[in-house]
Ligand binder design. Structure first.
Ligand code: CU
Ligand code: ZN
Length: 177
């Protein structure tokens, strides 16, 4: 019995230490702001190389709005200085489920009749570590729906033709460093 407890404690200590050595942040978050829009988005690294994206945003009329991770966490000129969609693999713009997409392509968020968007999905391309690390970059909400690169508009395969940037925020480490 006593031996088992010792082993259990040793296992917990070793795994906690191993994780610490690994240095992987577990949770990141961003405060999304712009005009009347205000929100908070949390990114949680799951064990199976996926990231759960959760949050609430208020302030837009009912409908779909493009939602991306942009390459820079630079708000010196507002959302305009966050650069293009985060695209380390040099792919065309797409739908989150497409094979060809920007790492930052998170599709649309939907605002309801109370002007609230409730977000909860899992993405298998984003990461809080390694080659697709989004920490220090920005989340951006747009004025229109993202068309996922599926229309003939000249911006469709670049930005989803989602229009101007309504709100944004820098993604920072929240816990698990
Ligand atoms: Cu965008
Ligand atoms: Zn894109």
């Amino acid at each position: 019995m006593f031996k088992h407890i010792i082993i259990l404690i040793a296992t917990v200590v070793v795994s906690a230490f191993a994780h610490h050595l690994n240095g992987a942040p577990h949770v990141a978050s961003a405060r999304l702001k712009g005009g009347d829009v205000d929100g908070n988005i949390t990114f949680t690294q799951l064990d199976d190389n996926k990231v759960r994206v959760q949050g609430t945003i208020i302030g837009l009329t009912p409908g779909q709005y493009g939602f991306h991770v942009h390459e820079k966490g630079d708000l010196s000129n507002g959302c305009a200085s966050t650069g293009a969609h985060y695209n380390p693999e040099n792919q065309p713009h797409g739908h989150p489920d497409d094979k060809e997409r920007h790492v930052g392509d998170l599709g649309n968020v939907e605002f309801d009749a109370n002007n609230i968007a409730t977000i909860d999905f899992v993405d298998s391309v984003l990461s809080l570590e390694g080659d697709h690390n989004i920490i220090g970059r920005a989340v951006v909400l747009h004025e229109r729906a993202d068309d996922f690169g599926r229309t003939n508009h000249p911006d469709s395969r670049k930005t989803g033709n989602a229009g101007g940037r309504v709100a944004c925020g820098v993604i920072g480490i929240q816990s698990g460093v």
